[in-house]
Design a protein around this ligand. Sequence first.
Ligand code: PEP
Ligand code: MN
Length: 271
Amino acid sequence: MYRLVSRENRSASVVAFGSAQFGGREFVMIAGPCAIESREQIERTALHVARCGASVVRGGAYKPRTSPYSFQGLGDVAVDLIARASIHSGLPSVVEALAESDLAVLAPRVDAIQIGARNMQNFALLRAAAKAGKPILLKRGPAATLDELLYAAEYLLLEGNHDVVLCERGVRGFDPQTRNLFDLAGALRLKELTHLPVIVDPSHATGRRSLVAPLVVAAAAAGLDGAMVEVHPDPSVARSDAEQALTFEDFEELMRRLSGGPAKVVMAAGR
Ligand code: PEP
Ligand code: MN
């Protein structure tokens, strides 16, 4: 059994990425571009999402792309760019580590380390990331069962890192109309099985801008702990995941809907 992540005999955990608290009363929003593309792009995005009420800024530096010919991210330099944007916007940051060698660059510069879907069962990376001294955002593999996700999280806690947030980001489905199959029921089932906070990523789950906001609202109404969404100043020129990126206006509208709706609660306004 997954002893350390199990809900049994435990109350819900609150996990902090800097000033952002997951698992408490608030529905926490992580927002930012798929990939960090330039100083201006990440700065403008961080400032905009902060103004709208997001609690964490995201951005990829080392991108796990299906094709080796696609944009792979700016690498180490991008970590410095998001670190500056984080200071300027006041938002804590989360960046994915693609390999163990990324951890030394990330740990001193970001507030949380993401382990992406493709690496969910990279056990050596999990153990090393757990020891980097930062909270972890662990994404569900595209074909991972909930038990497999929970065992992956167990690796992190077993290494002494209890600051773990789980993220449902869609699983491989059969219908190309959505990029993946958004498993809202699975995310809710996770909440029954573990004390760890659970958030959703409807951007990667659907691959479609139009579906992102309604699914965030659904996740909030269902009582989940937050969401991560991709936002770009100009999606038409985004170097990765352009079709699923929200515009600044889309994001502002989403945040307005959330604060007025039957959300788990109020957004992290005024942080
Ligand atoms: C991401 O969040 O940047 C990402 C690559 O997502 P996933 O690992 O879920 O595909
Ligand atoms: Mn992406």
